[in-house]
Design a protein around this ligand. Structure first.
Ligand code: NAD
Ligand code: IPM
Ligand code: MN
Length: 341
């Protein structure tokens, strides 16, 4: 986040964007300082803002808290839900310089450009009832509810169809309609929506096959649209095709263009504090923010070009490192992007 902030402030100045930047605590840091993962002061700032840049939350220190108080639910999911940020865009784009960092053969990922559209404020993440209950025989049972209403499906479907229209014109809806009624309805609504978008070719795929196809032949996809949990899982898988989850930005949008921007990855506790995390996913999230919430495509492009330039220079954090490149720290990577800007 520190590196992304430098980049944001630099572009704000160089492109005369006139953005006012404020900060608030969220997640574990907020629990430690204020006793709650989303202090009202922070939420008020989010509500007042046109865009939010979020640093990943969560970590072992807070894992033992009751579910409703944990950074993930009380912090991150609370912002998404309270601000109705239902449309999550996760672009998996291969920078050609990173073809060797992908876990797939270079020819399978060369030119890869997939957009995963994930529904973000519904589905099994939010369905009621949920909890852990005691059964008559004395054992406990955990339960969640997978629900989608027609209107929820329709609005995320529209986002996906419209994006597909502007891209390659192909949309793959991912579901489990062979088993789950909720996704039978999902598929039906997607088919109905397709009538309004004759220029988009709609296909359907079961999520298990989609996971396999992403690894087998990822370039067959243009835009994928799916529910909250399937989208969470598939976007992490897609991340690895691009070299590292440290490269994947995301946007979470409401109907009015307010958005929260964050890397797809988490707080990476296994490497936290070592100064080696890849800041590019967060830096690229700043670019998405400028494009989607502030309609500043040139400033966004400047950031993306700067990222491409540092990759050209052979600079790599550990997660995207390959033979012949120069290994750099988080701060060095951020500074290199600044210089390239
Ligand atoms: P993670 O994404 O944090 O880490 C998974 C693996 O990817 C780890 O090996 C990590 O070192 C690596 N990784 C992640 N980001 C990286 C980066 N920028 N550079 C280099 N390597 C990177 O997922 P996890 O370990 O399952 O979750 C850790 C914590 O983060 C949990 O508390 C989880 O709930 C939380 N989380 C938060 C968010 C968010 O706030 N948006 C997203 C995902 C997970
Ligand atoms: C993500 C994360 C979150 C999610 C967690 C931390 C709640 O994994 O943004 O992908 O599941 O949505
Ligand atoms: Mn995730």
């Amino acid at each position: 986040m520190a590196e992304a902030k430098k980049v944001l402030l630099a572009v704000n100045a160089s492109h005369n964007l006139g953005l006012e930047v404020d900060e608030g605590l969220v997640g574990g840091a907020a629990i430690d300082a204020c006793g709650t993962a989303l202090p009202e002061e922070t939420f008020a700032k989010c509500e007042a803002a046109q865009a939010i840049l979020l640093g990943a939350v969560g970590g072992p220190k807070w894992d033992a808290l009751p579910p409703a108080e944990r950074p993930e639910k009380a912090g991150l999911l609370a912002i998404r839900s309270r601000l109705d940020l239902f449309g999550n865009l996760r672009p998996a784009l291969l920078y050609p310089q990173l073809a060797n960092a992908s876990s797939l053969k270079p020819e399978l990922v060369a030119g890869l450009d997939i957009l995963i559209v994930r529904e973000l404020t519904g589905g099994i993440y939010f369905g009621q009832p949920r909890g852990i209950r005691e059964l008559e025989n004395g054992e406990r049972q955990g339960y969640n509810t997978y629900v989608y209403s027609e209107s929820e499906i329709r609005r995320i479907g529209k986002v996906a169809f419209e994006l597909a229209q502007k891209r390659g014109g192909r949309l793959c809806s991912v579901d489990k309609a062979n088993v789950l009624e909720v996704t039978m309805l999902w598929r039906e609504i997607m088919q109905d929506l397709a009538k309004d978008y004759p220029d988009v070719e709609l296909s359907h795929m079961y999520v298990d096959n989609a996971a396999m196809q992403l690894i087998r032949a990822p370039k067959q996809f243009d835009v994928m649209v799916t529910g909250n949990m399937f989208g969470d899982i598939l976007s992490d898988a897609a991340a690895m095709l691009t070299g590292s989850i440290g490269m994947l930005p995301s946007a979470s949008l409401d109907v009015n263009g307010r958005g929260m921007y964050e890397p797809c990855h988490g707080s990476a506790p296994d490497i936290a504090g070592q100064g080696i995390a890849n800041p590019l996913a967060t830096i690229l999230s700043v670019a998405m923010m400028l494009r989607y919430s502030f309609a500043e495509p040139e400033a966004a492009q400047a950031i993306e070009d700067a990222v491409s330039k540092v990759l050209d220079q052979g600079l790599r954090t550990g997660d995207i490192f390959s033979e012949g490149c120069q290994k750099v720290s988080t701060v060095e990577m951020g500074e290199a992007v600044l210089s390239a800007l």
